[in-house]
Design a protein around this ligand. Structure first.
Ligand code: NOJ
Length: 558
């Protein structure tokens, strides 16, 4: 496989609203980010991915963009953004921007025009249809509850919105719209950015005719995902986009792709096809959901996680490239979800980091992960801010589901788990703002904060710093092959990476039990060195040892 900088990088995601507030308005901003760049440099990350900072009415915290070429007032100005880019580059890091072009805001000038009349030149930038038998054009549900269609009386038609009704879907069938998007992307690329993270980019091609999805008992609207995920023209659109924009720059791209399988991801990321450079897949973060979707809670089975992540490792081998993540702004905090956020918070956070960072792919760290931030439990629904959570709560309450039952799902899966302000220190509001934060701080900030982890040599922060450093020192971490070990073991997730004469044996204890690891006989070596461990004292050798709760070890064999 070709060696590239983005395969060798570690990315850090910033959700600007919750990162750092410089002016006391309670909302994170660009100057706040600039003030923390030395902290990120110390951590050692190579690339920063900035969630949207564009003009937006904030129906979905910036994922509803009203001007793709301007900055949101609360976050600062274009001059602040330019300073941020320069300061990131001065420190030898790179910056990638969020590209949200499956939909825009309904306050975007294109949509304002599009709404005006059926013959407006912008009409066809969006997906308009007449109603059918006095109701919506089809039975698709929005990801944020209710119908995916909104009626507009100006022209007596409905427009499609797979997300909120303030996020109308753009019509990628229209070549003029596509050219506008490419022009906008090139404008940012010419400013010197280092790539794009592409929001739900595998949704942009819809099946012709937008047919009804098979109905489901008891549901008025159903997900029509088979008609827009990985749709008929998706590969053509992505190839065209790449050819007209990113192919002409030394940048990286990552396509966020719900519902993508390893087979599809091979097509999306195969180098010679020129579509996207890596994908964000969702299978491993759906393993703890039941048939009714994310709010339908299920305990995670370790066997499923092993099978799934190993399937992705093998599935893309020698063909494509994957990203590695447990956290982002849409997912609950990994230590609460897959680890133990009580007694073993530090150990289990380090174990999960080891499991992920030693795999093949580009690792992503989400803000606060490096200090082991945890999920939040607000008592009242009014304390929550996320549109997905609030719409779901309202819908379920209307169906008569009790408050307590809905809150249980929100505590486990709600997106605000990831969106409480970053905990910088133990002062009021965790040092995030001098004003009133737009969403409340997690009360555990006195114990869990950046200042504390930077002062403690054994902290999660330095553990990540070490994982990042090792990636730079050992090519095997980036380019080595992958094979699962101890597949049937109920407590241990173990695998071996191989490159030339070297092997890396990764052993992670997923629970608070104390299982014993035995190295399979067919792994031969003459020398072994323990290069990572999340406990100070270790006993035994790579051939056999008993693991402490959530212990993780990595041995380099030659
Ligand atoms: C995926 C983004 O990550 C999420 O935050 C957003 O709500 C949807 N796409 C819609 O843009």
């Amino acid at each position: 496989m070709k060696k590239t900088w983005w395969k060798e990088s570690v990315v850090y995601q910033i959700y600007p609203r919750s990162f750092a507030d410089s002016n006391g308005d309670g909302i994170g901003d660009l100057k706040g980010i600039i003030s923390k760049l030395d902290y990120l440099k110390k951590l050692g990350v190579d690339v920063i991915w900035l969630s949207p900072v564009y003009k937006s009415p904030n129906d979905d915290n910036g994922y509803d963009i009203s001007d793709y070429q301007d900055i949101m007032d609360e976050f600062g100005t274009m001059a602040d953004w330019e300073e941020l880019l320069a300061e990131v580059h001065n420190r030898g890091m790179k910056l990638i921007m969020d590209l949200v072009v499956n939909h825009s805001s309904d306050e975007h000038k294109w949509f304002i025009e599009s709404k005006k009349s059926k013959d407006n030149p912008y009409r066809d930038y969006y997906i308009w249809r007449p109603g059918k038998d006095g109701r919506e054009p089809n039975n698709w549900a929005s990801a944020f509850s209710g119908s995916a269609w909104q009626y507009d009386e100006t022209t007596d038609e409905y427009f499609l919105h797979l997300f909120s009704k303030k996020q109308p879907d753009l019509n990628w069938e229209n070549p003029t719209l596509r050219e506008e998007v490419y022009k906008m992307m090139n404008w940012w690329l010419d400013k010197g950015i280092d790539g794009f993270r592409m929001d739900v980019v595998n949704f942009i091609s819809k099946v012709e005719g937008l047919p009804d999805a098979p109905s489901e008992a008891g549901k008025k609207y159903v997900s029509g995902h088979e008609y827009f995920m990985n749709g008929p023209r998706i590969h053509e659109f992505l190839q065209e986009m790449h050819e007209k924009t990113t192919a002409n720059y030394d940048v990286m791209t990552v396509g966020e792709m719900p519902g993508v399988t390893p087979a599809e991801a091979r097509a999306y990321t195969a180098e010679e096809r020129g579509e996207v450079y890596m994908v964000f897949q969702f299978e491993h973060v759906d393993l703890d959901s039941g048939p009714d979707g994310k709010w339908d809670l299920r305990p995670l089975k370790l066997a499923d996680l092993k099978e799934n992540l190993s399937g992705w490792q093998k599935g893309l081998e020698n063909i494509g490239w994957n990203s590695l993540y447990f956290n982002n702004h849409d997912q609950p905090r990994m230590v609460s979800r897959f680890g133990n956020d009580g007694k073993y918070r530090v150990e289990s956070a380090k174990m999960l980091a080891t499991l992920l960072h030693m795999m093949k792919g580009t690792p992503y760290i989400y803000q606060g992960e490096e200090m082991g931030m945890t999920n939040i439990r607000f008592e009242n629904i009014e304390q929550y801010k996320d549109i997905e959570t609030l719409n779901m709560y309202k819908e379920k309450r209307e169906q008569g589901i009790p408050h307590e039952k809905i809150m249980e799902s929100i505590y486990v899966k709600g997106r605000d788990n990831a969106r409480t302000p970053v905990q910088w220190d133990d002062s009021e509001h965790a040092g995030f703002t001098t004003g009133t934060p737009w969403i409340e701080v997690n009360p555990n900030y006195k114990e869990i904060n950046a200042k504390a982890v930077v002062e403690d040599k054994n902290s999660i922060f330095y553990y990540y710093q070490n994982l990042i450093r090792l990636r730079k020192q050992h090519e095997i971490i980036v380019y080595g092959g992958y094979d699962i070990l101890l597949e049937e073991n109920a407590d241990i997730f173990s695998y071996v990476r191989t490159l030339g004469d070297e092997k890396l044996v990764v052993v992670c204890n997923f629970y608070d039990q104390e299982p014993t690891f035995h190295l399979p006989d067919d792994i031969r070596f003459t020398k072994s060195e323990l290069i990572v461990c999340n406990y100070a004292a270790t006993e035994g050798s790579v051939e056999e040892f008993t693991l402490k709760p959530y212990e993780a070890r990595v041995y380099l064999l030659k």
